[in-house]
Write a protein that binds this ligand. Structure first.
Ligand SMILES: Cc1cc2nc3c(=O)[nH]c(=O)nc-3n(C[C@H](O)[C@H](O)[C@H](O)COP(=O)(O)OP(=O)(O)OC[C@H]3O[C@@H](n4cnc5c(N)ncnc54)[C@H](O)[C@@H]3O)c2cc1C
Length: 412
């Protein structure tokens, strides 16, 4: 049986940051990952010769984001072009008066939602929609991009706990590539899912198809969806953990990339909504000035498109884009590739949200057991959930908790 001081389970942003912190303190650590690659929901693929992110792309709260510092250290290129959703002139296909009206409706909606007192009973975010407002369907679309779920499924308290500094940057070479590069010095075992964690004996025992591993401490850095599915299974069972994970499901968001032939007449860094009156794809035209369109689908729309399969994402995207840019564009758009995070066996979704009444599940999911089973991952943070920097912070915090127990805090 393999023996090591600490096993980190899950090689996404959280697991990589945890393992890096432990390695910096010279604690023998093994990172085990179910997939044949690191990064998890941070995943950069190359299409049309370009690095394209199928998972996280934006360094949210970028001026406070640890990954920005990692990027600088590793020689990655940070792009500070503001996101198209932040500036009015970067949205097209939306008549100016209507856009102003939508923005006013959106401001009123979020102001009343953010005005909820922290000690008031939790409610679904949809309670704050103005009855009959014509922009409610588009606000619901925004919710599918923010939470991966429609407003009626999302907790207001959880939304209000989220911290956003307002700065959003990107990594030219890809956010996924950055997370992977940060993992380069680590001791990693790929294709190695943890199926069970036995935690009643003096040593912890982690079962994997490649053999058991014995450790003094474990950091579980898998998505909440996997804990809820008991992959890994805890022996003895930890019903509170399972219940907390089940209260933090992953919403669904998917990306699809189209290549544009002769792109010069297509505006760069511009947003286009496919429709204004129902759940819709959102299209980012020419990110980084590249000849591509990043198509974004969320909530039940993404779920339906995944279920339809085949070229469903590409068809809807091309139809919606052609409705705004003219039928001639069809010949110039070539499908590259897209995600299906809901069907990804090691994610089963995009990022966590809390259902109404369930915002308190995050600290329960994050709490250590017996000072030797620790938890990390984006779903574990109250203020930075659903993000790669939130994942980083939970990983680092879990590693520091291990170092405290080992009496090694301060070693780096
Ligand atoms: C479409 C999309 C767009 C996004 N956009 C942004 C964005 O712009 N900005 C942002 O900050 N965030 C964004 N996110 C969210 C961000 O990608 C995630 O919050 C973050 O990457 C999660 O990191 P993690 O380490 O918590 O989980 P993961 O990245 O899921 O890592 C967990 C790892 O555990 C592995 N694993 C699972 N089960 C087991 C097991 N039993 N044994 C061993 N390994 C296991 C998985 O394979 C995975 O590698 C986006 C996500 C998606 C899907």
């Amino acid at each position: 049986m393999h023996e090591v001081d600490v096993v980190v389970i899950g090689g996404g942003a959280a697991g990589v940051s945890a393992a890096r912190r432990l390695a910096a303190a010279r604690v023998p650590t093994l990172l085990i990952e179910a997939r044949n690659r690191l990064g998890g929901r941070a995943w950069t693929l190359r299409g049309a010769e370009l690095p394209l992110d199928l998972g996280c792309g934006w360094l949210h709260s970028a001026d406070e984001n640890e990954w920005a510092a990692v990027a600088a250290t590793l020689g990655f290129t940070i792009d500070r072009t503001p996101p198209p959703w932040g500036t009015r002139r970067r949205t097209i296909g939306f008549p100016a008066d209507d856009l102003a009206d939508f923005r006013a409706a959106s401001d009123r909606f979020f102001a009343s939602l953010h005005g909820t007192a922290a000690d008031a009973p939790d409610r679904p975010a949809s309670d704050f929609l103005e009855s009959g407002n014509r922009w409610n369907p588009l606000l619901n679309s925004l919710s599918t991009y923010i939470s991966g779920a429609e407003l009626d499924q999302v907790s207001v308290h959880d939304l209000n706990n989220y911290h956003d500094s307002g700065e959003n940057w990107r990594v030219l070479e890809g956010y996924g590539a950055l997370v992977e590069a940060f993992a380069a010095p680590l001791d990693v075992r790929l294709d190695c899912p943890a199926t069970a964690i036995h935690h009643s004996d003096r040593h912890l025992r982690i079962e994997t198809p490649k053999g058991d591993i014995r450790a003094h401490a474990v950091i579980v850095a898998v998505p909440s969806s996997m804990i809820a599915r008991e992959l890994p299974r805890f022996v003895p069972a930890l019903p509170d953990k399972l219940a907390a994970a089940a209260k933090l499901p992953l919403g669904l968001d998917d990306k699809f990339f189209l290549h544009i032939d002769r792109p010069d007449d297509i505006p760069v860094e511009t947003r286009l909504f496919g429709a204004l009156d129902r759940l819709t794809g959102s299209y980012q035209l020419r990110p980084f000035g590249r000849p591509v369109i990043e198509c974004y689908f969320g909530g039940s729309l993404a779920r339906d498109l995944e279920a339809e399969g085949g070229d469903a994402f590409a068809r809807l995207a091309i139809d919606q884009i052609a409705a705004h840019l003219g039928a001639d564009i069809r010949k110039r758009l070539k499908p590259l590739f897209g995600s299906a995070w809901g069907q990804d066996p090691w994610a089963l979704g995009a990022y966590s949200y809390a259902r109404p009444g369930d915002a308190g599940a995050r600290p329960i999911l994050a709490a250590p057991i017996d000072d030797r089973l620790f938890f990390a991952g984006e779903a574990c943070t109250v203020n930075d959930y659903s993000t790669a920097h939130g994942a980083y912070r939970t990983g680092e915090a879990a590693a520091e908790a291990v170092l405290r127990v080992f009496g090694k805090l301060g070693v780096s």
